[in-house]
Design a protein around this ligand. Structure first.
Ligand code: KG4
Ligand code: ZN
Length: 358
């Protein structure tokens, strides 16, 4: 039995978890900072790192306590090294190094995107995984279609050329005066709306597996903004009620926007999976919590579709511990001089060798 302590601080959630053999969660603690960032309508980096500093020790202690173990039972420490906010990543990485130094434990740096992929190893399923699989990773910072041919073997088939899918949800929510984070807010409002009310663009349709969401955000702005107000909202602000067209039905806009994002994510993922002989489609990351995305993918995919339970879609440390376990058993170790990698692309790993995918 191998117990890994996972630590995650790449963005605005402070997470610690204990996972057995990469697949069984003994504890999974997440201290969310959503309330702190809601007033800014997005993640405020300095606020995030300060909050991680306050939360990290109690969160790690609680993860051990909840798992009913002590550091003596832990075999290695896995920590998110990137991609993410530098100041936030540093808190987790330095805390992990402190434990490693004090306890003489092995250190495994984990790519946050690989973590999202491994949330699928923590998801119940009826039959063993048959590679290759195609995973759609959709979060606040990423939208990627990845072919996984073996543990740690990735090929990026597509990515966003501008905004991430979650970022589009967050920006459109802000435009519509909905709260942060935008994904759950849009999903809620969209339930009462007509997804065919507006014909928003499906960018790069039929042109490979890359995504583009910035034009969609502009199309939503054009549809809802009062044309003669003469005031374009500053980038980070919502439209004030007098800048919204009076006839705008926010539920219809939200439902039509969501349908446009879901259509293109589903279409390209299915095309990529069938073209590359995948046996299954996986979805991971915060946007994979979206009910319309889940239902549409299941409905249209000729292949079995898997996604994690809601708690494992958003950032958490159990997925980092799981990814860390599989790296660990492949012989991967990091030194105490391991740095953070805020822009680290998903890399294919082999013993001591990294190869950037794509
Ligand atoms: O994976 P995650 O927790 O953090 C990152 O690594 O970015 O993803 C957060 C993103 C946010 O943009 C949020 O709006 C989006 O996931 N999200 C959703 C839903 N729940 C969270 N987007 C659409 N529908 C949802 N139900
Ligand atoms: Zn994430």
């Amino acid at each position: 039995m191998t117990l890994i302590l996972g630590i995650e601080t790449s963005c605005d959630e402070t997470g610690a978890a204990v996972v057995e053999n990469g697949v069984r969660i003994l504890s999974n603690i997440v201290a969310s900072q959503i309330d702190l960032h809601a007033q800014y309508g997005g993640v405020f980096p300095e606020v995030a790192s300060r909050a991680h500093i306050e939360a990290i020790a109690p969160v790690v202690e609680q993860s051990l306590r909840d798992a009913g173990v002590t550091l003596d039972d832990i075999e290695a420490i896995a920590v998110t090294r990137g991609p993410g906010l530098a100041g936030s990543l540093l808190v987790g990485v330095n805390f992990a190094k402190g434990l490693v130094l004090a306890r003489g434990l092995p250190l495994v740096g984990v790519n946050h995107l690989e973590g999202h992929v491994y949330s699928l190893w923590l998801t119940e399923r009826e039959s063993p995984v048959q590679f290759p699989v195609v995973c759609l990773i959709v979060s606040g910072g990423h939208s990627e279609i990845v072919l996984i041919s073996e543990h740690g073997q990735y090929r990026q088939l597509g990515t966003t050329i501008d905004d991430a899918a979650g970022e589009a949800f967050d920006k459109v929510a802000r435009l519509l005066g909905l709260p942060y984070p935008g994904g759950p807010a849009i999903q809620r409002v969209a339930e009462g709306g007509d997804p065919t009310a507006y014909d928003f663009p499906r960018a790069l349709r039929g042109e490979g597996y890359d995504f583009s969401f910035s034009g969609l955000k502009t199309a939503v702005l054009r549809a809802v903004q009062e044309p003669y107000s003469g005031k374009r909202p500053p980038k980070s602000e919502s439209l004030t009620p007098d800048q919204l067209r009076p006839e705008v039905n926010v539920a219809d806009v939200a439902a039509s926007f969501q349908a446009a994002v879901v259509d293109i994510l589903v279409e390209k993922t299915i095309q990529a999976a069938t073209a590359h002989g995948a046996t299954e489609i996986w979805m991971a990351g915060g946007v994979s919590a979206n009910a319309a995305l889940r239902a549409t993918m299941r409905e249209r995919s000729p292949l079995p579709v898997y996604y994690p339970p809601l708690k494992l879609c958003v950032d958490n440390a159990a997925m980092i511990a799981s990814a860390g376990y599989f790296r660990y058993v492949q012989g991967f170790r990091d030194d105490l001089d391991m740095d953070v990698r805020p822009l680290w692309p998903l890399t294919t790993i082999a013993q001591g060798v990294e190869e950037t995918v794509r």
